[in-house]
Structures are given as C-alpha cells and as structure tokens.
Ligand binder design. Sequence first.
Ligand code: SF4
Length: 215
Amino acid sequence: MLKTSKEIDIILDKISKIYPDAKTELNYSTDFQFFIAVVLSAQNTDKQVNKVTERLFKIIKEPKDILWISQLEMEKFVWSINYYKHKAKFIRLSGEKLYQEFDSQIPDDLAKLITLPWVGIKTAKVLLSVLYDKPFVAVDTHVHRVCNRIWIVTTKAPEETDKKLEKILNYKQKMKMHHITVLFGRYICQAKKPLCENCSIKDLCNYNVQKGKSL
Ligand code: SF4
C-alpha cells in the first residue's frame, strides 16, 4: 500500500532531523550564477560543478556579463563538464534572453522559465524552490529512487514521479521535501548500496520487502 499523507509527514520529519539545515550544495552568490550552476549540474556532481564555477563566477555574475564571452571562451571554462559544448551554448543564449526579455531577472514563474534554452520542468522547479522558496519538488534520480523505495509512489520514471508528487503532496510537504530527499538519496539511500541498517525510516520503508528480504 502506498504511504498515507500522515505517514509521509512522519517520513519527512525523520529525514528533516538528519538534515536540519538542508540546502543546495552548489556554490553561487547571485541568482544568475545559481542558474548556471544548475544547468551545469545535469549529469555531473555538484563537486565537479563547484570546481568549474569557482573560476567562471569571478567574471560572470549577471546576465549582461555573458554578452562579452564567446562560445570558445565559455567552453574553455566548462570543458570538464559533461555536454559542455551544449551547455556553454545554452547558458550564453539564456543569459542573452534574460538580459533582453526579463530585465536580467530569473523569472519566478514556471511557464516563463521553461521558455529559456535547456530549462525543462525539473530545472525550473529547482530554480523556483531555491531562489523563490516556492513549493516545488524537483524530481531527480535521488528523489525518484527514494520515493519508490519507501512507496510514496510506485513509478517507472522521474517524470511520472513528478506528476504523482504534484497530486499527492500538500503545500507543506512540497516545501519540505526537495533538499532533504536529494541529500538523503545522495548519502544514505544510495542507488547501489543504501545504508539500510542505520536508516531512521527503515520501519517505514518497503525496499527490502520489494526484494523479498526483511530488514
Ligand atoms: S531503509 Fe534503506 S532503502 Fe529504505 S529508505 Fe532507508 S536507506 Fe533507503
């Protein structure tokens, strides 16, 4: 049976206790820098991204700063990142669009955000959650895995999980879930070797039931 809303509250409370100050692990000091870091982070670790942005963010702070940087220069900064050529291009195009159409501000609206190059639903939700404190859960592989292991949802792909969570979570749960679940999936409920023995929600987890084992 899928978890009830009350059980989801208990689970989120327990995970919150592990990460009372949960926040993004990407380094940034302006909204546009956060935007760049999020784009670079697809298929890369936050650690890899922070290494690259340490140099890049010395010269790029706001969208206008990108107008003076060529594609080649941008690629030189981000070459160690997966899909760096595409990402360099999309970051430059997004910077131009933000400068020309959005007064250099990252929009606080999902429909507007997804008009920016590279920005899909997941990226838009990360931006809205972190920059504007809005009730969105960006479903990455960690959130998808954790939610399925504990049977908050039973889905096959992150996109499906995203749609289900939109329906079943209430405002408070959405506000709470994003960062703590990413960190929980990254460091405890890991893909290959989840640390089940010491997990504080193991009594509420269905993972080993699915595998036919007891905890
Ligand atoms: S018991 Fe294991 S599989 Fe379940 S949530 Fe905890 S770490 Fe993940």
